[in-house]
Design a protein around this ligand. Structure first.
Ligand SMILES: *Cc1c(COP(=O)(O)O)cnc(C)c1O
Length: 403
C-alpha cells in the first residue's frame, strides 16, 4: 500500500471500519497506461458493472472512450454523472423499457443478444435510429478459464446460425445501422491467451464477412483480461496485448476494434480495510475473526481465492489480559457472518497478527462491494474513502508490515 493510502488508513477510527479506500491517482495512472499501450484504432470502454462508484467513473472518464452498461440502472447512473459519455448497452434480457431508456440516453451502441431482442427494438424505435453490434457466440475453442461465456452452449449472444436472419431484419428496417460484431467469450485470460482468442474470433469473423461480401468495420472483442489475485504484481500485459492488436489491425485496414474490460481496470485501486476482533485456535489451527467479511467483500468467496492482504499493526492495547496473537503461522481470516463460507483468506502465513491490528485487503476495486450480499446479518455498511492525493511523507511507510 502506498504511503498516502497507508496514512489515510491510520487516520481512520475503529468506528470507520470496515472501510473501502480507493486510490484515485493510482486508478488514473493505470487507465492512462492501458490507453497508452493500445493502438489508436482500439477503443477502450469500461464495463461499469465491475465497479460503478461515481468517483471511479469520473476518474476513468478522461482516459477511456466510453462505458459498457448492462442495465437500465447503469444507464441512469452513468447519464446522471457523465451526461456526454458514450455508452454501449449490452447484456442479456434487456426489457423494452430498458431499450427505450438506452435510446433516450443516446446510447451510441446497442449490443444485440437475440433475434427477439432485435425485433423488439424495431417496435420501439419510432422515428429514431439505432447503431448496433450483433453479439455472437463465436464457435471457438475457449480453453478452461475462470468464466467461459461462449464457445459452448450459452445464454449469451446469438448462435451464428441466427446472424443472417438478423441481418435481413436490419436491412428491411432501414433505421438500424449494423456496425459489426461483438464477442465477449471468456474471463480470466492473460495477454497471450486473449490474443489467441482474438485471432480465432477474427478468423471466424473474416470468413463470415467474406462469404457475404461484407467489410467488417467494427468488432468488439469484449473484456475478461486477467487479474492474478495470487500475485498483484503480475498485471495483464497491456503492452504485449497492444502489439498483438496492432498486428490484427494491420491486416484489417478498415477495422476498429473495441475492448470493454472491467476487472483489470479497477481491481487494483480498491482496498478493504478491517480489523482483527478476535484470534482463536481450533484444534491447533489459528483463526482471525475480522470486522465485516464476505458480505462486504464477496470476491474471495465468489472466485474461491485468498484475498491478498497487508497487516497494518496497531500497538495500542489497554486490556489487563494477554493480547491474543498468532505468530509465524498460517491463519485463516474470517468475517463476522455465521457461515463457514465467510472466509477471506485461508491458511495465509503471517509474521504476527494480534487482536486490534488492521488488515488491508488489496485488489478490492472490482466485483467487490457491489457484488456482495450487503444486508446479510445486518451489520453496518463499510465507510467509503477516496484518496486523491499523491504520496504523503515517506516516514508513514515505516508503520507497515507485509503479511
Ligand atoms: C462482464 C462483462 C465485461 C467485463 O468483463 P471483465 O472480466 O470484468 O473484464 C465485458 N463485456 C461483457 C459483455 C460483460 O458481460
Amino acid at each position: 500500500m502506498r504511503p498516502a493510502l497507508l496514512h489515510h488508513v491510520h487516520q481512520l477510527s475503529d468506528d470507520d471500519l470496515p472501510a473501502y479506500v480507493y486510490d484515485l491517482p493510482g486508478l488514473r495512472e493505470h487507465a492512462r497506461a492501458i490507453r497508452a499501450a493500445l493502438p489508436r484504432r482500439v477503443e477502450l470502454l469500461y464495463a461499469a458493472k465491475a465497479n460503478s462508484d461515481p468517483h471511479l467513473l469520473h476518474a476513468l472518464a478522461e482516459h477511456i472512450d466510453g462505458f459498457e452498461v448492462a442495465s437500465g440502472g447503469e444507464i441512469r447512473h452513468i447519464r446522471s454523472l457523465l451526461p456526454d459519455a458514450p455508452i454501449a448497452f449490452g447484456g442479456p434480457g434487456k426489457t423494452p423499457a430498458e431499450l427505450i431508456q438506452a435510446l433516450d440516453a443516446g446510447a451510441e451502441r446497442l449490443h444485440i443478444e437475440s433475434e427477439h431482442e432485435l425485433r423488439t427494438l424495431t417496435t420501439l424505435l419510432g422515428d429514431r435510429t439505432a447503431d448496433v453490434l450483433l453479439r455472437v457466440n463465436v464457435p471457438v475453442a475457449v480453453r478452461s478459464v475462470a468464466l467461459a461465456m461462449g464457445g459452448r452452449p450459452s445464454p449469451f449472444g446469438l448462435d451464428p446460425s441466427q446472424l443472417d436472419r438478423c441481418r435481413h431484419i436490419i436491412a428491411a428496417d432501414g433505421r438500424i445501422r449494423l456496425h459489426g460484431l461483438h464477442a465477449h467469450l471468456a474471463s480470466g485470460l492473460d495477454a497471450r491467451a486473449h490474443l489467441a482468442l482474438v485471432d480465432q474470433v477474427m478468423g471466424w469473423a473474416d470468413r463470415w464477412a467474406h462469404q457475404r461480401g461484407i467489410t467488417l468495420t467494427e468488432v468488439n472483442i469484449g473484456g475478461g483480461m486477467d487479474v492474478d489475485y495470487a500475485d498483484s504484481r503480475r498485471v495483464f500485459d497491456w503492452p504485449a496485448f497492444g502489439i498483438g492488436l496492432r498486428r490484427t489491425l494491420e491486416r484489417h485496414p478498415d477495422l476498429t476494434l473495441r475492448i470493454e474490460p472491467g476487472r483489470s481496470v479497477t481491481a487494483y485501486c480498491g482496498w478493504y480495510i478491517t480489523q482483527v476482533l478476535d484470534i482463536k485456535f481450533s484444534r491447533g489451527e489459528a483463526f482471525a475473526v475480522l470486522r465485516g467479511g464476505t458480505h462486504h467483500l464477496r470476491t474471495p468467496a465468489a472466485k474461491r481465492h485468498n484475498q491478498p492482504f497487508e497487516v497494518v499493526p496497531d500497538d495500542s492495547w489497554h486490556q489487563p489480559w494477554t493480547r491474543p496473537e498468532a505468530r509465524g503461522e498460517p491463519v485463516t481470516l474470517v468475517g463476522q457472518l455465521c457461515t463457514p463460507k465467510d472466509v477471506l483468506a485461508r491458511r495465509a502465513m503471517v509474521n504476527r497478527l494480534r487482536v486490534g491490528d488492521r488488515i488491508a485487503f488489496a485488489m478490492a476495486g472490482a466485483y467487490a462491494w457491489n457484488i456482495s450480499h450487503q444486508e446479510f446479518l445486518m451489520h453496518p455498511h463499510p465507510t467509503f474513502h477516496h484518496v486523491d492525493v499523491p504520496d504523503a511523507p515517506v516516514e508513514d511507510a515505516h508503520a507497515f508490515q507485509t503479511a
